[in-house]
Design a binder for this molecule. Structure first.
Ligand SMILES: Nc1ncnc2c1ncn2[C@@H]1O[C@H](COP(=O)(O)OP(=O)(O)OP(=O)(O)O)[C@@H](O)[C@H]1O
Length: 213
């Protein structure tokens, strides 16, 4: 279980800190919504380690993550778009999720398996700039698979996609979360994404997270 307790942070110039507390279960999507400027990205940045809280804990299965720098956290981040290197092939982008020193044969095997799992068998040779928005998000998810980190942060991940693609990628996120027991935190403005995916919902209100409907 991911347990966030009284995680406090104020941006420069803010008199009152955000104070975040919530829990997220393995294998489930936990949604965080709230109006623009309410602090959703601030929460994700704290979880990813890009911001340092003034107090509070982030515990994953009893381990406190707060002292860990971003690269050592068991956390992956998937944004709206632009998370691939456009000049690299899909396979090279996926391979960035592998630990340094993975042998070539082993890397090729794992990359192929990850691409197949996200429904992109056989497109490994294609340069990322030639892929559709939905394919790019699938490649980013394949890279996340190889990173094998148990917390997945999603910041408006479907916003740049057309309706049909968004539903397919959304379904894939749900399936991967269940299969790999990820603690997936979804930040979304879209009620239908939250409705379709989230087992637990929180709303940011006056610098606090409150249980949503
Ligand atoms: N580096 C910063 N310095 C000062 N204030 C900041 C900084 N980053 C964010 N803020 C302020 O903190 C508040 C929360 O910002 P945040 O980006 O977390 O909101 P959000 O809910 O993610 O918004 P949106 O939905 O528009 O992305 C906003 O009032 C913003 O102006």
């Amino acid at each position: 279980m991911l347990r966030v307790e009284n995680l406090a942070y104020a941006h420069p110039g803010q008199a009152e800190p955000y104070l975040f507390s919530f829990t997220a279960e393995a294998g489930q999507v936990t949604a965080v919504s709230g109006p623009s400027g309410s602090g959703k990205s601030t929460l994700l940045d704290l979880l990813a380690g890009f911001l340092t809280p003034s107090a509070g804990r982030i515990e994953l299965d009893q381990q406190n993550l707060v002292p860990l720098p971003p690269e050592a956290r068991p956390v992956s981040l998937l944004l709206q778009s632009e998370s691939l290197f456009d000049h690299l092939t899909a396979a090279r982008n996926v391979g960035l999720g592998l630990p340094a020193g993975t042998g070539r044969m082993e890397a090729a095997k794992q990359i192929d398996a990850a691409l197949a799992e996200v429904g992109l068998e056989g497109i490994g040779h294609q340069v990322a700039s030639t892929l559709s928005g939905g394919q790019k998000q699938r490649v980013a998810l394949a890279r996340t698979l190889l990173r094998a980190r148990p917390v997945l942060l999603l910041d408006e991940p479907f916003s740049a996609l057309d309706d049909e693609t968004r539903m397919a990628v959304r379904e894939l996120v749900g399936a991967l979360t269940t299969r790999h027991a990820w603690h997936t935190i979804l930040v979304s403005h879209h009620a239908d994404d939250v409705e379709a995916l989230a087992s637990r919902r929180y709303v940011l209100n006056q610098r606090r997270l409150v249980a949503g409907q």
